[in-house]
Design a protein around this ligand. Structure first.
Ligand SMILES: NC(=O)c1ccc[n+]([C@@H]2O[C@H](COP(=O)([O-])OP(=O)(O)OC[C@H]3O[C@@H](n4cnc5c(N)ncnc54)[C@H](OP(=O)(O)O)[C@@H]3O)[C@@H](O)[C@H]2O)c1
Length: 244
């Protein structure tokens, strides 16, 4: 039987790469990064059966073109979307440039929103589909020097909840779900440049006493996508070692 298709954005590094490896055993993947070169080594390791579709999401026109191409490439076989690509440009709000704010809003919010708009039409045509939006613990708690980033991640929580409710209003028989998976501090490029002092401070807030491994997020995403998770919908799943 032909494998169902799942789009994973930001699959080249960190959490997205771990999600790609985990899902590749079960699905035919459409892998996204900002540029094809970012995905060369991953494609070598995964082998045949997966496709690449790239776009720089800081440019909204590129994101729109990406969505049109997604529609053609995946069409009726699209079963899942993992909106994972994201950036954090940390700075006190009073020093944050418009350019950096726009970048975070375009990559972290507008791209998942436009992808959701495209994917939902395909899901409704299929009468099934699962959308996973990657949030963050700071989307719930807020965080100093991450005002814009935290806002963009809170938006993922509301987007999943609202999509779940909207689908029920359209047709209760549709087997379509939207879920947020919100990691805590995970050992990736995004966190590697934190100073030792900042890392120590965060570690004190994490009952599990370590920064998570990308696989620990990927395993939850895999479960959330599966039919076994059919009754998980609209909610925000925290994968954060109990951070307060
Ligand atoms: N790491 C954490 O502690 C943590 C915690 C909570 C939530 N998260 C969330 O988890 C997700 C993945 O984080 P990560 O730590 O794995 O990040 P990462 O290692 O920095 O990887 C970021 C991914 O996003 C892609 N990306 C960056 N800029 C892009 C752009 N302009 N257009 C398109 N794609 C772009 C990158 O592609 P290229 O390789 O081509 O640049 C890469 O695949 C993000 O949404 C992040 O907010 C992370």
């Amino acid at each position: 039987m032909e494998k169902k298709k799942v789009l994973v954005t930001g699959a080249s590094r960190g959490i997205g790469r771990a999600i790609a490896f985990t899902l590749s055993k079960h699905y035919s993947l459409i892998l996204h990064a900002s540029k094809p070169e970012s995905l060369a080594s991953l494609m070598d390791e995964l082998g045949d059966g997966h496709e690449v579709l790239c776009a720089n999401f800081s440019d909204v026109e590129e994101t729109k073109a990406f969505c049109s191409a997604l529609k053609k490439l995946a069409g009726p076989s699209l079963y899942g979307v993992v909106n994972n690509a994201g950036i954090a440009l940390d700075k006190p709000l009073m020093y944050q440039s418009m350019n950096d704010m726009d970048k975070m809003l375009n990559i972290n919010v507008k791209a998942p929103l436009l992808i959701a708009k495209t994917a939902l039409k395909l899901f409704i045509g299929n009468k099934e589909g699962v959308m996973i939006n990657i949030g963050s613990c700071v989307g719930e708690t807020g965080n100093g020097f991450q005002v814009v980033y935290a806002m963009t991640k809170a938006a993922m929580v509301t987007m999943s909840k609202s999509i779940a409710k909207e689908i029920a209003l359209i047709d209760k028989s549709l087997n379509i779900r939207a879920i947020t998976v919100s990691p805590g501090f995970i050992d990736t490029d995004m966190t590697k440049n934190l100073s030792e002092a900042v890392k120590e401070k965060y570690l004190e807030m994490i009952p599990s006493s370590y920064f998570g491994h990308p696989n620990e997020v990927a395993n939850v995403v895999q479960f959330a996508l599966s039919a076994e998770a059919k009754y998980i919908n609209g909610t925000n799943i925290a994968v954060n070692g109990g951070i307060v």
